[in-house]
Design a protein around this ligand. Structure first.
Ligand code: HEM
Length: 438
């Protein structure tokens, strides 16, 4: 007999189920997957684990750490801005040449992730970057739904010499290398600080691994376990942001007028000299609307999976324990009932008649659930949005993104994005970053 699934296709349905008890708690579980069982240490991480007291503690800690960034914790903002100065310099040296922006964007993201975790970036072509990049791309391939279905049904396949089984081996190797690097870093931090040391508390204001280590020591979780659970954030943080930034660059290159309006907004709010800061975000409604619209338009985390931890009823339909509940973000954000011309990129849908950003309570904003909702919503939302804003504002303040000379940049069409991994990515393309006159 086939497996029964519940699929939630609208934001209203997701709000009803994930925000109202008892279903909010019952549906916060994750279904059993090959990736979670065999590759993620039997669900000992935040993403794949179903709720239990340890999961709650871990999620809270991660949330605290990432939120501090969004609230403007000054030193990580400084580090990100420093990375952006490096990025701007690098693009400048390219002198408007036609390039694939993939590598530049990837380096920026890896630098910011390293800053968050170890408080510094090891730089382009470092071992750490190489390992992180390989690990992230392999994870994207392996967490794919098709691959998961096959290997969940026949887990012994991982021991046979197929292409994907080889990828699993490589994945384990990269994961081990990552864990060892974090453990080394964590041990150094732990040796340098003691919990009795009053200065330690103030030193933990620095938003990198030291802070994590403190929290993990405090809550009695060992460094090895901590390092193991940490790796999943790199994958999520890398793939989601990579997809978003590369999509933004491609779409803006095809829309010079939109770019001009965004540059005017940046010019009015920030000027052409001062580096964009997080506090500028609230004064740049057009940049914000473009960010919301790209997230809706690509919906690159197209589906997420929950399951019922006990028998319940969903909209009057009886649901057995362990029934998978799929949240179809793709359908939610491309439905013609919820959105006018869902496959057109129209940032103005998030603006009011005076050009202000619609408030989160507006019915249009409430239909946008790119970060999920309820007990399993994205813990990295603020971190992600802040990083996207700083990137976008800095790039547009300095450059105009243009099509290649031969004008052969294809339009970004969500239905034609690379779908070989769990997070959709734009296909490789080339653009030019032309320095603006100041
Ligand atoms: C554009 C950027 C991002 C998007 C669109 C996004 C979207 C999502 C979505 C849709 C979910 C699943 C919600 C559900 O299952 O109902 C999720 C979960 C999650 N995200 Fe994100 N995310 C982004 C960036 C990030 C970043 C940068 C991090 C970490 C630094 C992160 C960490 C997580 C974690 C840990 C979970 C699992 C939460 C749980 O299961 O309790 N995300 N995200």
């Amino acid at each position: 007999m086939g497996q029964r699934f519940i699929v939630l296709n609208s934001a209203d349905a997701a709000r009803e189920i994930f925000l109202k008890e008892p279903n909010a708690t019952i549906t916060a579980a994750r279904p059993s997957t090959f990736f979670g069982t065999y590759l993620q240490d039997n669900y000992k991480d935040v993403f794949f684990a179903s709720p239990n007291p340890k999961w709650t503690k871990r999620r809270k800690l991660v949330y605290q750490l990432l939120r501090t960034y969004g609230e403007g914790l000054v030193n990580i903002e400084i580090q990100i801005k420093r990375n952006l100065i490096g990025l701007t310099k690098e693009i400048r040296t390219l002198n408007g040449q036609c390039i694939d922006p993939g590598t530049t964007v990837e380096e920026f993201i890896l630098n910011t992730i390293e800053n968050l975790v170890i408080g510094k970036s090891t730089g382009r072509d470092s071992d750490m970057h190489r390992i992180l990049k390989k690990f992230d791309h392999l994870s994207n391939d392996l967490a794919h739904v098709g691959m998961d279905l096959l290997y969940s049904s026949l887990p012994f396949l991982r021991f046979l010499p197929f292409r994907n089984s080889k990828k699993i081996k490589e994945w384990f190797k990269s994961k081990q290398q990552m864990i060892e690097t974090f453990e080394r870093q964590g041990q150094v931090c732990k040796n340098n600080f003691s919990l009795e040391n009053k200065d330690f508390l103030s030193s933990t204001r620095s938003p990198h691994v030291v802070r994590f280590i403190f929290m993990y020591c405090h809550f009695n979780i060992n460094i090895s376990q901590f390092s193991k659970s940490l790796q999943i954030y790199f994958v999520i943080a890398y793939l989601t942001t990579r997809g978003t930034l590369l999509s933004l660059i491609q779409i803006l290159a095809k829309r010079p007028e939109l770019q001009k309006s965004m540059q005017n907004e940046i010019e009015n709010v920030i000027g052409s000299i001062r580096q964009p800061a997080l506090e500028d975000k609230q004064h740049c409604p057009l940049v914000e609307a473009v960010t919301l619209e790209i997230l809706r338009y690509i919906s690159h985390g197209a589906i997420s999976a929950h399951c019922a931890s006990q028998a319940t009823e969903i909209f009057g339909v009886p649901v057995d324990r362990n029934t998978p509940i799929l949240v179809n973000f793709w359908a939610m954000h491309h439905s013609t009932t919820a959105w006018q011309e869902p496959f057109s990129f129209r940032p103005e849908r998030f603006l009011d008649k005076d050009g202000g950003l619609l408030p989160p309570t507006d019915p249009v904003r409430k239909r946008l659930l790119v970060f999920g909702i309820g007990k399993r919503s994205c813990v990295g939302e603020i971190f992600a949005k802040s990083r996207i804003f700083l990137f976008l504002a800095t790039v547009l303040q300095n450059f105009t993104i243009m099509e290649p000379d031969d004008g052969c940049l294809p339009d970004l069409l969500p239905r034609e994005m690379e779908s070989s991994g769990i997070i959709l990515q734009p296909k490789p393309y080339k653009v030019r970053f032309v320095l603006r006159e100041k």
